[in-house]
Design a protein around this ligand. Structure first.
Ligand code: NAG
Ligand code: NAG
Ligand code: NAG
Ligand code: NAG
Ligand code: NAG
Length: 400
């Protein structure tokens, strides 16, 4: 993509980059969806296999995990080792692993890597573990006509993003970059600057090296470019439009169907048919799901004109869905409890850290309470109906 830059100044550019002072540290926290997983789990920088600090909020010893359901974003590394170490009982030899993936090549590769990452000591029946492709679950957004028409292919959905590109914050970044490159500012635009910033992020995420492109940006610039990335996520995958998250209810319901099944099997003392379910998808799979569950919601929407007010926003895609992001539901069975409701408990981990549940602000919930809290989505969100295009003229709907 860098080749798309105007050839007139391309030649001198690299030379200039080399004489600029080295990049100030600390851009890597602002790469949005192009962030490496290490940004959310810094202990992995020095030791990729380390477990890091405990997740806390541990359950009584009388609780044992029954089912682990992981929805992962493809990435350059997998926290497989960490997951296996945290849940030895589930990852014990000869337990059944159901592995599903989006059809995209990078996801299939990640699925295979996940299995290899479990190592030779964990025997899941070797090659018998097939990666099952299921795009209706992992790429629900492609299958949702309403989302495609009203968001994905609708220029109006990019309105805030485009406005921010022309706004005062971006203008300042353009002027600084132009000046560093000794170029007239008219020769630069937000898209070119974004390409340079992406190049900087890729080299760090993929090769763990600081690219000379990074030297063009200060931390302040990086924050502006992060906001640009977050704006796009917000309007195309986040709270910007309801259909963004509603389209994920098919995956949400599938998760609960499998949890239900595990609870039923446990109640009737049967072996759990799917103790481990791992699904590999995209940032676009995870982000809407987390929005559907109400996570990382700010009081005010992200807009082109509220960059400063949103400095402390919750919706920072680099913290939510970096490469290899993972959302894990763990269902436990607990003995010696006071009420039958307490027998089945759930924890939720995002990128290996416990998330608090909205209904209790605690990191453990009874399965019953969790289902009650999400009752409406579980019972009343029907993918087919949600995703049906309204019969009326779509162009007219855009203006609503
Ligand atoms: C990545 O780079 C940092 C800084 O140069 C270094 O400390 C770290 O060991 C590297 N990590 C890996 C996994 O190579
Ligand atoms: C994908 O998953 C859904 C929900 O579990 C299921 O109904 C469907 O049959 C699956 N599709 C394929 C191709 O396996
Ligand atoms: C059961 O109730 C007793 C008394 O209310 C309490 O001390 C104990 O912690 C409870 N046990 C569990 C597992 O919640
Ligand atoms: C939730 O709990 C955390 C720590 O346990 C606390 O800091 C926070 O204020 C609580 N939030 C609400 C809304 O109660
Ligand atoms: C939809 O509405 C727009 C403007 O409101 C109009 O230009 C267009 O012709 C309409 N399309 C159809 C298929 O009715």
């Amino acid at each position: 993509a860098v080749a798309a830059m105007a050839p007139r100044w391309e030649a001198g550019l690299l030379l200039l980059l080399l004489v600029l002072p080295p990049a100030s540290a600390g851009l890597s926290g602002y790469f949005g969806t192009k962030s490496r997983y290490e940004e959310v789990n810094p202990h992995l920088v020095s030791d990729p296999l380390s477990l890091g600090p405990g997740t806390g909020g541990s359950l009584p010893a009388s609780c044992t995990p029954l089912q682990l359901r992981a929805v992962l974003r493809h990435g350059t590394r997998y926290p497989t080792a960490g997951m296996a170490a945290r849940f030895p009982a589930l990852f014990a030899a000869r337990r059944r692993l159901a592995l599903a993936s989006s059809s995209k090549h990078r996801c299939l590769q990640s699925g295979a890597a996940f299995r290899r990452g479990l190592g030779p000591t964990l025997d899941f029946g070797g090659d018998e573990v097939e990666v099952e492709v299921n795009d209706s679950l992992m790429r629900f957004f492609d299958h949702c006509a309403k989302f495609v028409a009203l968001v994905e292919e609708n220029d109006a959905a990019m309105c805030q993003v485009n406005a921010f590109k022309e706004g005062p914050e971006m203008k300042k970044v353009l002027e600084k970059v132009a000046s560093a490159l000794c170029l007239p500012v008219e020769e630069l635009n937000a898209d070119l600057v974004q390409v340079a910033f992406l190049t900087c992020s890729y080299e760090l995420a993929i090769k763990n090296v600081t690219s000379p492109w990074c030297s063009l940006f200060s931390e302040e610039d990086a924050k502006v470019l992060e906001y640009l990335n977050d704006l796009k996520q917000y309007w195309k995958r986040g709270y910007g439009y309801d259909i963004n998250s509603r389209s994920s209810c098919v995956l949400f319901q599938d998760i609960f169907q499998h949890l239900d099944k595990a609870v039923e099997e446990s109640k009737s003392s049967k072996p759990i048919s799917s103790p481990l379910i791992v699904q590999v998808g995209h940032a676009e799979t995870l982000q809407p799901l987390l929005v559907l569950m109400g996570y990382f919601k700010d009081d005010e929407p992200l807009l082109a004109n509220n960059y400063a007010q949103q400095a402390q926003r919750k919706f920072r895609s680099g913290r939510i869905v970096p490469y290899a992001a993972n959302l894990v539901f763990v269902l436990y069975h607990c003995d010696h409890v006071n009420t039958s409701q307490e027998e089945y408990q759930v924890q939720l981990l995002l990128n290996e850290k416990l998330l608090s549940f909205h209904h209790s602000n605690e990191t453990t919930s009874t399965y019953t309470d969790l289902k009650n809290y999400y009752k409406d989505i579980l019972e009343n969100c029907h993918f087919k109906e949600e995703c049906e295009l309204p019969k009326v003229n779509v162009t007219a709907i855009d203006e609503l």
